[in-house]
Design a protein around this ligand. Sequence first.
Ligand SMILES: CC(C)(COP(=O)(O)OP(=O)(O)OC[C@H]1O[C@@H](n2cnc3c(N)ncnc32)[C@H](O)[C@@H]1OP(=O)(O)O)[C@@H](O)C(=O)NCCC(=O)NCCS
Length: 149
Amino acid sequence: MNTTSIEQAQKADLKEIFALEQLCFDAEAFTRRQLRYLLSQARSYFLLTKQEGKISSFMILLKKKNSSGLRLYSIAVNPKFRGQGLAQILLKEAVARATADGYKYVTLEVSEINKPAVNLYLQQGFEVFGERKAYYKNGSSALLMRKAV
Ligand SMILES: CC(C)(COP(=O)(O)OP(=O)(O)OC[C@H]1O[C@@H](n2cnc3c(N)ncnc32)[C@H](O)[C@@H]1OP(=O)(O)O)[C@@H](O)C(=O)NCCC(=O)NCCS
């Protein structure tokens, strides 16, 4: 998996990205319209990987002006390709971009009950620095996490 290349998502990828979004997130999934907006605006990095000609994962990073953190807005791996290190590769790319752009941190929010994701972030050196109680539609709290770059 070390040779996996990361590509910039294109508008033509929207249909497949939307299908993957719906597969990976239920009540919290972005709408097609939200994804189209994120794909078209300059203040985000919308990145993806492909396996067997299909989109296997994607990641959205938001660049906010006057912020010390590059925000990991979404990350999703197709269930068929999980457990192979794809998310780790994407997070390393997020850290590399944050470093290159002069940010101090990569920041994110994650549901406290999303154990695969919380484990992933802890394993990649993120730490919890805050919490938003009952933040998600299922009533779970959001952990605010960040990694210094
Ligand atoms: C979370 C997610 C992105 C992980 O993707 P992945 O490519 O399977 O993750 P990796 O193979 O890179 O695993 C890296 C680490 O994450 C953690 N992890 C991944 N899947 C896990 C699972 N099912 N249970 C527990 N820990 C898990 C482990 O620490 C793992 O390291 P290890 O393999 O050395 O144990 C993927 O499960 C996913 O798309 N989930 C649905 C969308 C989502 O919840 N996104 C995060 C929103 S904040």
